[in-house]
Design a protein around this ligand. Structure first.
Ligand code: PLP
Length: 400
């Protein structure tokens, strides 16, 4: 009988993938589910991007590319990074992969030895701890509560670092909280890192374009150029251009790390799809109207969702500054009893109750390492958002 390798037994399947599967199951049973679990834009990929892919196919750009990508994509990535953060990288300092997810996984595979520690601020994107575990590392989860805006403070960072620390992960804007690190906050973290010259930082900036503040988000290397040789800045096209299915991500970092990632990539997949590379180059260099317009749509949904959630007695939620998620405190519902007589002991019980009583699917905060909360995604229509929160309100009122 098949026994998986220990690296498989060590990890969990993604909670968001599991939630999506559960929603599909319930829908297949004929139930109407209001789905607030979705971690991807509800928009279609813009036409000019699709057209670039079709053109690439017609022109026969359907073969292996170099591990580091087509020249057009490389140029597009280097230009994009410079445009967004003013930072110049050389071609040997960027890598591409099948989504930011694969780039992060390969970066850990390229750098972690057994026992190396990775500081993971919680709430975290569900995949980080498991990716670390799959690659023999040890996740060191640091709880970052609502009082610090769900962000890592310099004190908390200093407390987590030691001679075994290999990486610190910073995700800005954050999935699941939408929190964004300010320039001053990044500078303060950089000051702590000055005393730990062997520690690398993985900044996951996949949501950098989905930002509701003025201007653009700050990038760690921009604020602390002295860290350039130990920061891997990860990004991609999935979220900003509604291209989750195309599977294309990229990262910029020090050449020796990039070389190690590319060496592994050469044995893992050779390169991401040539067609997706052509589409991604078009996304990065083409008309950016879609990005601006979709951010405005997310902003109005965010405002509606946050106002409606805060009006529910027992729930509260801070205003997210980026991405398309809100992280809702459901502490007021814990300890209460459902009409069926079941006590809600934690956020997992609460989300199950919402699914049963309100037909609303959300993801429990415990999946992200901090309860009692739940995550909603507002990458769905305003109608669904409003109907869902009204149903949540009714379900919460029914608790005693
Ligand atoms: N990083 C974060 C924080 C995410 O939320 C996601 C997607 O959910 C990813 C990375 C992965 O993005 P990609 O589609 O580029 O693999």
């Amino acid at each position: 009988e098949f026994e998986p390798a220990s690296r498989v037994s060590r990890i969990k399947s993604s909670a968001s993938v599991a939630a999506a599967a559960r929603v599909r199951e319930l829908k297949a049973e004929g139930r109407r589910i209001l789905d607030l679990t979705v971690g991807e834009p509800d928009f279609d990929t813009p036409e000019h991007i699709k057209a670039a892919a079709v053109e690439a196919i017609s022109k026969g750009e359907t073969k292996y590319t170099s591990v580091t990508g087509t020249p057009a994509l490389q140029k597009a990535i280097l230009q994009t990074i410079e445009l967004r953060s003013g930072l110049r990288y050389a071609p040997a300092e960027i890598t591409i992969g099948g989504g930011a997810k694969q780039v992060i996984f390969t970066a850990f595979m390229a750098s972690l030895d057994a026992g190396d520690e990775v500081v993971v601020p919680a709430p975290y994107w569900v995949s980080y701890p498991d990716m670390v575990l799959a690659n023999e590392g040890t996740p060191v989860v640091v709880t970052c509560g609502e009082e610090s805006g769900f962000k890592l403070t310099p004190e908390a960072l200093a407390g987590a670092l030691n001679e075994r620390t290999k990486w610190v992960i910073l995700n800005t804007p954050s999935n699941p909280t939408g929190a964004v690190y300010s320039k001053a906050e990044l500078r303060a973290l950089a000051d702590v890192l000055a005393d730990f010259p062997n520690v690398f930082v993985l900044t996951d900036e996949i949501y950098d374009q989905i930002y509701f503040g003025a201007g653009r988000i700050s990038s760690l290397v921009e604020v602390a150029p002295e860290l350039k040789d130990r920061v891997l800045a990860v990004n991609g096209v999935s979220k900003a251009y509604a291209m989750t299915g195309w599977r294309l991500g990229f990262a910029a970092g020090p050449a020796p790390l990039i070389a190690a990632i590319n060496k592994l990539q050469s044995q893992i997949s050779s390169c991401p799809s040539s067609v997706s590379q052509a589409a991604s180059a078009a996304a990065l260099t083409g008309d950016q109207t879609f990005v601006r317009e979709s951010v405005e749509v997310y902003r109005s949904r965010r405002d509606a969702a946050v106002a409606a959630l805060n009006a529910v007695d027992g729930l509260s939620c801070a205003t997210p500054e980026g991405a398309f998620y809100a992280y809702v405190n459901c502490g007021g519902a814990i300890g209460k009893t459902t009409p069926e007589g079941k006590v809600i002991a934690n956020d997992e019980d609460f989300t199950l109750y919402l699914l049963e009583a309100a037909s609303v699917a959300v993801i429990q905060g415990s999946a992200y390492g901090l309860g009692p909360y739940f995550r909603i995604s507002y990458a769905t229509s305003l109608d669904v958002i409003e109907e869902s929160i009204a149903a949540i309100d009714k379900a919460v009122r029914a608790l005693s």
